[in-house]
Design a protein. Structure first.
Length: 317
């Protein structure tokens, strides 16, 4: 498979158009969507191509959870697109069956290859550069959608997304209602949320790029068969930092004392003293350079989550 031969500087310019990464961060990152028109249809062929997807499906033994198939009306059960392959007294389970995938694709289902950078050197190189630029987890997914179909209902994502159109065309719709700073606990579909009316619409052609901040409500419909790559930027949040601070507070002997919950409900003095103790310890733990202990821990956990996902993707868990 192809290897990315661009330098980081060339790659940065290719992904952000005429903007430098610092300009992109200042003007668009986390704030507004950005549409970048490519100078040619094969603008991103050094990263991925339609032929690469065919090889990925036919030559790599993909398994759950590396692939799923979805349509607006739902996601197919893994059993509908997988098989088991005997190996002596053992067997490989949940291995993608290409013929089954083709069957459901012809019936309007989008092929979604998740964590594609684990199986393709060009995407792995792109992810690595993005990870260095944004200093956080980065993951890539692939979407091959039949003509005139939507792979997903209108929704928002819990991470920032860069969409790279590889082949075909797709019409992207942006909606009026966005969800501010969603996290995994506020993933779309876990609670009622109305995306509202369409406020902007545009077509992506091969070589085009679209950036969407997390929480931006969107949907995409293919005009003809469409293949695009999504690069998810998964930054730690202030809540992640707070959890790290709380865990480091356990080094304080006083905070390892037991709490009398019944007394908290009836004894105001006890409750106030506890609150003051917590506030004092928190202020001390976040003072000066001590805060960076928590920052380091939150950052480590951000990358640890990626390692855990690596294991599940590579082992088919």
């Amino acid at each position: 498979m192809k290897k990315l031969e661009l330098s980081k500087q060339d790659f940065e310019g290719r992904f952000f158009g005429k903007l430098s990464c610092s300009e992109f961060r200042r003007e668009f990152f986390r704030k507004a969507h950005l549409l970048v028109r490519g100078s040619s249809e094969d603008f991103y062929s050094c990263v991925f191509s339609k032929g690469d997807l065919s090889k990925l499906l036919s030559e790599r033994m993909l398994h759950r959870p590396s692939i799923r198939m979805a349509r607006e009306d739902g996601v197919l059960a893994m059993s509908e697109i997988s098989t088991s392959i005997p190996y002596g007294v053992f067997s490989f389970e949940n291995v993608v069956d290409v013929e089954k995938v083709q069957h459901w694709y012809e019936r309007g289902y989008t092929i979604n290859v998740r964590g594609a950078h684990y199986n393709h050197s060009g995407l792995a190189a792109a992810s690595k550069i993005m990870q260095e630029l944004f200093d956080c987890n980065v993951r890539t997914n692939l979407y091959l959608t039949p003509s005139g179909q939507r792979g997903l209902t209108p929704h928002y994502d819990v991470h920032d997304v860069i969409v790279v159109q590889i082949s075909g065309t797709k019409v992207w719709s942006l909606f009026e209602n966005n969800f501010e700073n969603p996290t995994e606990n506020f993933r779309f579909g876990r609670r009622p949320f109305d995306v509202g009316k369409v406020i902007d619409e545009f077509e992506l052609s091969p070589g085009d790029l679209l950036y969407l901040p997390r929480g931006f409500s969107h949907a995409a419909t293919s005009n003809i068969e469409s293949l695009h790559v999504t690069i998810g930027i998964e930054e730690p949040t202030a809540a992640d930092l707070l959890r790290a601070v709380a865990d480091l507070l356990e080094t304080e002997v006083d905070l390892r004392e037991s709490i009398e919950f019944n007394r908290m409900a009836t004894d105001a003095d006890y409750r106030d003293a506890l609150v003051k103790q917590l506030a004092s310890c928190f202020a001390e733990r976040t003072k000066g350079s001590r805060l960076f202990d928590a920052v380091s821990l939150a950052k480590k956990r951000n990358f640890d989550r990626a390692i855990e996902r690596d294991v599940s993707f590579l082992n088919g868990l």
